[in-house]
Design a binder for this molecule. Structure first.
Ligand code: B12
Ligand code: SF4
Length: 459
């Protein structure tokens, strides 16, 4: 087993591609900000988009380093003990609520590494990086982006800072007001984005490495409790509440060989927990998923696989369920959303799909307690009865419902209706897109209602 240790605080490790032909390779630092929210739990969370970006830049010849505020990072840094399968709590510090959220009856915290620990680690980087990249995930987590951006600008006022990711793509105008030198909307591998990055560095852009062969640089996390597998981008469905199509139109799959290489490097490091990040993991499974599952089964590798991002029930035929079971899928999440099968906001599921999928999972050997079905709560105009009906429906099957609170996302089909229903200016202020606020539920978040639904789930 290839064991690589974490550095000691406050050291940041740089890495480059051995075949780099770039003279005076620029040093590019990637930062994943803290989460600022009412609640946060690490469900195998990694900034996959930032890793993708750093991977391409390293491949093109740059020297890269990563500081992820949501990762333990340093060998001697205190961090909550991870749970059985690598998921777990973040350290948290209560912080004042942003003014827009001052009336919400919940505590607001910064999750992740201590602010001062990050500040000192950045100050110690010598010489300073030539460019800093800041990633963004949930739109309403932008306070973490701004805090980090201000910190970077305080330490290195003249170093260019680039902001990219999901918030930057879905709320570009808002992101342009953060003070970043460049806001990248969409995929970094789009030629105009790639060129803009290098222009900011003052270097003529090297050829864009092929994304087909790209290995995500998971080695930037030396001692990981878990890792992520991303075998595809996009989703062939187009549900009214989902931003998948806005983030990647079309559907593209990586090759089995590339996934296997990425997985093997992580496995060699000792990683045994892998979470799939695909929006449509089970679409066209012959391309890479089946060969990958077969490989694990044939080699008798002991791994735990997790699908926090939900599986499409329509593709759960018996052979697929058996392969998933034998390969070690432990966390099974299903996208039910609603038990109303006649009028739905998605195009992905019928009652027959549900019945057949759940039966096949059970027949393949999955225990009922490993399976949870997401039920969407808080959609514009949604009747509370519909949510309760869905909870009861799932429970009838002996599996556990899990509420997925609705986040209104700019650019989705339902966003216009969400804006009409919500008392908050959803388009102008991304903080109101936070699912914890229940932004489209009359009266907003209520502890009483949350308790009532929790009790129904537990009953
Ligand atoms: C994996 C995933 C998760 C994981 C964890 C994600 C994480 N890292 O923390 C899990 C399953 C836990 C999760 C949970 C949730 N998620 Co989620 N998730 C995703 C998903 C499917 C993939 C994100 C991803 O990594 N993509 C792969 C990378 C490679 O793509 P990318 O980030 O777009 O990166 C590209 C560009 O953006 C750019 N880029 C990215 N970063 C950078 C940085 C720089 C500097 C540059 C230059 C470029 C750049 O280049 C990259 C390569 O092309 C997205 C949907 C999607 N298709 O993106 C939803 C999504 C982000 N999730 C969403 C939601 C709603 C949730 C939940 C709230 C669901 C719920 N209702 O309970 C929870 C909340 C999580 C929490 N902790 O509180 C929404 C976002 C909502 C919002 N307002 O922002 C999305 C968009 C799905 C949707 N419904 O439309 N999620
Ligand atoms: S099936 Fe899932 S990922 Fe695909 S569009 Fe619908 S909600 Fe989004």
């Amino acid at each position: 087993m290839l064991k690589v240790k974490r550095a000691k605080w406050p050291e940041i490790i740089w890495s480059s591609c051995p075949e780099s032909k770039l003279k005076d390779a620029p040093r590019i630092l990637g930062l994943n900000p803290w989460i600022y929210d009412f609640a946060a739990f690490n469900l195998w969370s990694r900034p996959a988009g930032l890793l993708w970006t750093l991977g391409l830049l390293r491949q093109a010849g740059a020297k890269v380093a990563l500081l992820d505020c949501l990762d333990k990072t340093w060998e001697d840094y205190p961090w909550p003990q991870a749970q059985k399968w690598g998921q777990g709590h973040y350290p948290k510090k209560k912080v004042p609520k942003p003014v827009f959220l001052s009336t919400v009856p919940r505590n607001f915290s910064r999750y992740g590494l201590d602010y001062k620990a990050v500040k000192v680690a950045l100050q110690k980087i010598s010489p300073p990086p030539d460019m800093v990249l800041i990633s963004s995930i949930m739109t309403y987590w932008y306070p973490g982006v701004i805090t980090l951006l201000h910190l970077v600008k305080e330490i290195w006022p003249r170093i260019p800072v680039v902001l990219g990711g999901i918030y930057a793509t879905l709320c570009t105008e808002h992101a342009q007001k953060t003070g970043a030198d460049l806001v990248v909307k969409g995929r970094v591998e789009e030629l105009k984005n790639w060129q803009a990055l290098w222009k900011l560095l003052g270097i003529s852009p090297p050829a864009l490495p092929g994304v087909e062969d790209l290995l995500l640089p998971w080695d930037l996390y030396p001692e990981a409790q878990f890792s992520v597998l991303l075998g595809s981008r996009g989703c062939p469905f187009d549900c009214d509440y989902c931003a998948s199509n806005k983030l990647y139109s079309g559907f593209w799959q990586r090759s089995f060989e590339v996934i296997l290489k990425e997985f093997s490097l992580e496995y060699e490091k000792g990683v045994r927990n892998f979470a799939f990040y695909d929006d449509a993991l089970l679409v066209n499974p012959e391309h890479w998923l089946f060969p990958f599952l077969n490989y694990i089964i044939e080699k008798k590798l002991e791994v735990n696989l997790h699908t926090p991002n939900a599986l499409h029930l329509r593709y759960l035929d018996l052979p697929t369920c058996e392969k998933l079971f034998q390969a070690g899928l432990k966390t099974v999440r299903l996208g039910l959303e609603s038990a109303n099968f006649s009028s739905r906001l998605d195009r992905k599921l019928s009652l027959e799909h549900w019945e057949r999928g759940v039966r096949n999972l059970l027949q393949a050997g999955f225990k009922k307690e490993w399976i949870k079905a997401y039920v969407l709560f808080g959609l514009p105009g949604q009747e509370e009865g519909e949510v309760k009906e869905a909870i009861r429906f799932v429970k009838k099957w002996g599996i556990t419902p899990e509420l997925a609170y609705f986040s209104p996302i700019p650019g989705t089909k339902i966003f216009t209706l969400a804006r009409q229903c919500s008392p908050f200016p959803l388009a102008e202020e991304p903080l109101f897109q936070n699912n914890s606020l229940w932004p489209c539920v009359p009266g907003g978040f209520s502890w009483e209602k949350a308790g009532e639904l929790k009790a129904l789930i537990k009953s």
